[in-house]
Structures are given as C-alpha cells and as structure tokens.
Design a protein around this ligand. Structure first.
Ligand SMILES: Cc1ncc(C[n+]2csc(CCOP(=O)(O)OP(=O)(O)O)c2C)c(N)n1
Length: 667
C-alpha cells in the first residue's frame, strides 16, 4: 500500500478508512507519533498484516486478531521500554511484536530461523519472558512488581490474561497472592468467552454473567458518557469514582473485589478511545487493579465471526485454534492417519466394549482427538479447561471409583500435572492411562511446546509403565494393555502420521508388558529404537544395506519397564548398539537402557545414545528439526556410517545451530 493511497479492508471491524499508518511504525514507541484518532486505522492495517502473514505461516490467528486494539492502547499508554507487560502465554503478542521493531521480520513467523510465535526474550527486551504455557502471567507479573519494590524501581507492571487461562489453577493461586500483596499491579482480563474451544466450567458462566446484557451493552456507551460528563482537568480518581458508581449496583462485590483487587469493567476491548481513557486513569492506581475487557476472538476474520472454533471445524485451520501453513492442510499421503486419530479410533472401539472407559482432556478437545470420542460417547468425554492438574486428579478419583480413565494431554502441558501424577496417581497405584500427544518435537510452536521431557519425568515413578508405539497397530495394542493393567501407564504419541511398515515384511509380535522386539537381525551393529523412531531406523537400515552395512533393528516399546534382556542380548551380539529416541538425551529411553544394563553388569560402553541434545530446541517444522538433529532416516544413516568408521557422531550444522538451540550460552 502506498503512503498516500487510501483503501478499505473488509477484515477491519468497521471497514475503517486506512492511510498507511503502518509505514510509520519502525521502532518501539513509534506508535506515540500517531494521534489517538489514527489508531483505529493502524489497527485495521495490522489486522490485515496479521491475516496475510498467519494465513501463510500458521499461528494463533483468532487470539491475535482479538487483541489488536487492546495492544495498541497499552503501547500508547505505557512505555514498554520501561514498563513491563506480561502477556500470559504470550501467543497473542503479534501486534506487540509488530510495534516493537519486528514488523519486517513478521512474515518469518514460526519459520526456520524466523520469528518465534510466542514472547521470546532473545528477540526483544520488551518480551519479559519466554512463555507458551498459560496461567502463569499474573504470578510472574506479581514477582516483577515485588522485585521492583525491593530494588526501588518505579515502573508499571501490567499482565494480560484470557478468560480461558483464568481456568488454570496457577492463575487463581496468583490472584490469591496479588490481592493481599497490595502491589500496584494492573491485571487485564481479556474476556472473549473462548479458550481454544468454549471456555468451560462455572468460571465461564460467571464471566458470562459479568459481561451479560444489559450491563455490558450499557457500559459500551457508558465509558464515553461518563468521560463526557467529567470536565477537563478532573483527576483520575474522579473519573474512576464516577465509573465505579456507575457499576456498583450491578456488579459489586465480585470475585476480584472479594480477593482484594479493584475491579473496573467490563469494557469494550475494541473501543480504542475508551481503552485509552481508562488505562490512562488506572495506570496511577497504587493497588492491584483488574480491568475486565471484552473482546471478540478472531475479529475481522471472514470465517471467524462469532464462533471462532467453527473456523477450525470448517477446515480452514488445524489444531490449537491456529491456522496451520497451507502445506499442512494438504493430505500427506493417501490414507495417512495421525497417531492421534489412531489412538481415538482404538479408544472408541475399546470404549464400545467397556463402559468403564472414559476420556479426559484439558482444553484441547480437538488437538487430542477427544472431540471425536465425545461425539460417540458424550457422557464419557470430559474437558476440564486449562486445568491439567485437575484432569489427572479427577482421573485418579475416577480410577479409585472403578472407572478406567484415559487422560489425553500434550506432553509439554502434562508437566503441569507432575505432582498429581506422583501422588494421586502413582503413590495410590491407580490405573490411570496418560496419553501424551505431541510427544517429542512439536514443530513450529517451539520450545514451550516440544514434548521432549516426558520419558524422563515419568519413568522415575516406581510403578509407572512407559511405552511408545511404532505404528497404528501398536497404538491399539498398547492402549489395550494399559487399560488391562492395575497400575499407572503412559503412552507417548508423536505429531506424525502412523507409518506404513508393510514393505518391511515384519513379523507381528503382540505387545507384552516390558518386552521389546528384535525386528530385523544384522551383522555390523544394532539400532534400538523407541516408538516413532522405529520406522526411521528401518528406513536407515534400508539405505545402509545398499552400502554393505547390515545393521539390526530392534523396537524397544517400553522405557519402563525396559526390556533389559533384549538390551543385554544386543550388547553381547553386536559391537555397538545405537539407541534412538525423539526425546532429550538426559533421562530418556537411552538412559533407561544404560541403567538396566549397568544393573545387570553388562558392557555399557557399547551403547550410544542418539537423542535430542541437552538444549532447548527452537521452533521450526518438525521434519526440519529432525533433519538438523540427524534424527531422520538419512541422519541416522549418517550417524551409523561414522560409528562404523570408528569416528565420532557427525556434528550439528554450525550455521544452523544458533537457530535451534537455546539455553546454555553457546548459541
Ligand atoms: C498449560 C497450558 N495448557 C494448554 C495450553 C494450550 N492453549 C494455548 S492458548 C489456549 C487458550 C487460551 O484461552 P484464553 O486464555 O481465553 O485466551 P484467548 O486465546 O481466547 O485469547 C490454550 C488452551 C497452553 N498454552 N498451556
């Protein structure tokens, strides 16, 4: 768009007249060079930019379209080079990124070496945290405010949290502390009535009530009415008092005031003028304040309208209520089926035969497949909201009560429930089945979402069974096994399609607790693969065979109890054994093999662990990351060539290293 050209875009909320405001935004605080009247135009241009880019790159589209006006008002009111804005989960920070010197990089969102889809400290000092899991924003913001007080620093701390994220326990724990702390923290409740799916539970009903007509409808105009009545030069206190008086009758006391916070709202989160006035006035409050802002998720998206989840269901978007890159929408191969779908098909078949089987998820009904299970068994599928802990605790209670609960949660989000897994589930030896979706490299969402730690965090519990299927048949058999056990079990599923292994003519060995399988014998060495790595090991073997290297392939199946007999056989039979896993090298499957061998006094020096290095992996397409780490078939073949030649494993590409590894200073 040229500087002088004017245009209209249909995606803007009210088809706002646009001039090229965005061309005036380069660095942080450039927004302040615009007049307040120009901000709706800027919002419209940013809305178009986000739509254009995210349609190509994928990302959290709906959430970001919903907070454009709020973000502009925050940046206009505060100085983000000094003040701190803690965006809970930070997946809704695209506008913030565009306003803080990252506009030109924005088209590289979520790409290999490009901009992170979440708040990312290395990108900008205006990103205070590397966040991706929700609910922790208010607690972290309180910590920043406390540090400021201790160190005598004067600045404003603001946190923005969604209504869905307020369903997580950690957010409640934070407001319990914020209220009594008395710290001058501004918490903005961004209420759009949606999580990824509809926000669940009584809290959502409560927020419905707060924003329900006629209150909210009246309030939309109220802000301006009240503001117009206040003569120029009046103090903030006067205005706030006037606002408070306007709402006392209808909404006080409420949850927040009951917990010691000053509450304002609900106000229209797309009315920049109203937002600016209120933010200007609450910013000097010396106590904890909640500003309840009502926004529309996906505002401006032609398909989003009032039902953002429908955007997903309509097939224009994929899991997580995000648009996925156009390529991801293409069917990968004829009859390709994801591990997730394989799991839900198996669960549905087993549930049809056993009434005790129920499914639980935590705000991810679509991504985990529980949505489809719920269509078949509406009374046996439960979404607890963003409350992974409660999901597992409830499952423990259900198991105690005689049901067979299956808890489907992403591997990285399951970390939230760690203590409940330890105590309610394992210490009580309850037969709860955890299904860890997106286990291993999750892809474009990056370090907060990679599920690289679950083998390590689960296999330490004495009675836990940890397994990973190599294909769809094993998904089914492992689920069947888990549901027959009288103890806790976990199955990890990668973000991949189940492989078709028919060309390898493998013999079928039914899954049996703690037993791996030697799939193909060899002469020069052996691969001992875990779950999804088995297909890659078989493909690597094929390549190597052509070069005269005959390498055995074994499928570990269990990280706990690990098949120590098979591992012992492999180290006796072969000069070297390469363990393969899509998990951190520390504490994973390879470590389990080493421990098991050491307990048997076997020769551990022959074992080499090939896994994800002890680093945080950045975002990129899953296959790109597997390739970079030599964890795809070609990469595994490369590693084996080096081992066979008596050389160290191939180094990671130094030019790419910086894009992928974060955490220990060498990047
Ligand atoms: C602990 C955790 N569980 C699940 C998720 C996945 N997730 C990302 S955004 C989101 C919905 C958040 O809803 P809300 O707070 O209402 O914000 P909105 O997207 O509607 O703006 C969920 C469930 C997550 N990021 N962290």
């Amino acid at each position: 768009m040229s500087g002088s050209a004017k245009s209209r875009i249909s995606s803007s909320p009210e088809s706002i007249e646009m001039t090229d405001f965005l061309s005036r935004i380069h660095a942080t605080n450039d927004i302040k060079k615009l007049t307040p009247e120009e901000l709706p135009g800027l919002a419209a241009e940013i809305r178009k930019l986000i739509l254009d880019v995210v349609t190509k790159t994928g990302g959290h589209l709906g959430s970001n379209l919903g907070v454009i006006e709020l973000t502009l008002a925050l940046h206009y009111t505060f100085d983000v080079t000094k003040d701190v804005i803690v965006w809970d989960g930070s997946y809704q920070t695209y506008t913030h990124k565009i306003l803080t010197g990252r506009k030109d990089k924005f088209p590289t969102l979520r790409q290999f070496g490009g901009m992170c889809g979440f708040g990312w400290k290395p990108e900008s000092e205006t990103d205070p945290f590397n966040f991706g899991h929700v609910g922790t924003g208010p607690g972290a913001a309180l910590g920043v405010a406390m540090a400021d007080e201790q160190l005598g620093r004067k600045r404003k701390v603001v946190t923005v949290i969604g209504d869905g994220s307020m369903t997580s326990g950690v957010a409640f724990e934070a407001i319990n502390n914020i209220g009594t702390s008395g710290k001058p923290l501004l918490m903005i409740l961004n209420d759009n009535g949606m999580s990824i799916a509809k926000t669940v539970g009584s809290l959502s009903l409560y927020f419905n009530e707060l924003r329900s007509a006629p209150l909210f409808q009246e309030f939309k105009n109220e802000v301006h009415r009240v503001l117009e009545k206040i003569p120029g030069g009046q103090t903030a206190e006067h205005m706030l008092e006037a606002l408070r008086r306007g709402f006392t009758q209808t909404i006080f006391p409420n949850l927040f005031t009951g917990l010691g916070m000053q509450y304002y709202g609900p106000i229209d989160g797309h009315d920049i003028k109203g937002l600016l006035h209120i933010l200007h006035n609450v910013r000097s409050q010396e106590k904890p304040v909640v500003l309840h802002v009502v926004t529309q998720k996906g505002l401006g998206h032609p398909d989003a309208k009032c039902d953002p989840f429908a955007m997903h269901k309509a097939g224009t978007a994929a899991a997580d209520y995000k648009l996925e890159p156009a390529t991801a929408a293409k069917p990968a191969a004829p009859k390709a089926k994801s591990y997730t779908t394989g799991f839900i098909d198996a669960l549905s078949d087993l549930a049809a035969k056993d009434k005790r089987i129920v499914g639980i998820t935590a705000a991810m009904p679509d991504g985990t497949g529980l949505l489809d299970f719920g269509k078949k068994f509406p009374d046996r599928a439960f979404d607890v909201g963003i409350s992974e802990q409660v999901g597992v605790a409830m499952a423990a209670g259900m198991a105690q009560g005689g049901l067979r609960p299956v808890v489907a949660i992403y591997s990285s989000f399951m970390q939230r429930a760690y203590d409940i897994i330890f105590q309610e589930m394992c210490l009580n030896n309850l037969p709860v089945v955890l299904v860890l979706d997106r286990a291993g490299i999750a892809g474009e969402d990056g370090p907060t979402h990679h599920g690289n730690f679950d083998i390590a965090y689960l296999r330490t519990f004495p009675n836990m069974v940890c397994m990973a299927p190599k294909d769809e048949r094993e998904v089914r058999e492992m689920l069947e096994l888990a549901l027959s056990l009288q103890q806790p079990a976990a199955i990890r599923l990668p973000r991949e399609n189940v492989p078709d292994l028919s060309r390898f003519n493998l013999k079928h060995n039914p899954v049996s607790l703690g037993k791996g399988e030697l799939l193909v014998p060899g002469r020069h060495g052996a691969m001992l693969a875990y779950g999804v790595m088995t297909a890659k090991a078989l493909a690597a073997r094929e390549m190597l065979l052509k070069e005269g290297l005959d390498v055995a392939v074994a499928n570990g199946r269990f990280a706990k109890p690990v098949d120590s007999e098979m591992a012992a056989f492999l180290v006796k039979e072969y000069p070297w054994v390469l363990t393969l896993e899509d998990h951190a090298s520390h504490g994973g499957f390879g470590s389990a093999v080493l421990e098991a061998l050491s307990l048997r006094n076997e020769d551990t020096s022959r074992v080499k662990i090939h896994a994800i290095p002890d680093r945080f992996l950045q975002h990129a397409d899953r296959n790109e990351l597997l390739k970079f780490l030599h964890l795809d078939a070609e990469g595994i073949a490369d590693v084996i060539r080096m081992i066979a030649a008596g050389q160290p494993a191939p180094a990671l590409d130094p030019t790419q290293r910086k894009h992928f590894l974060y955490g220990t200073g060498e990047e």
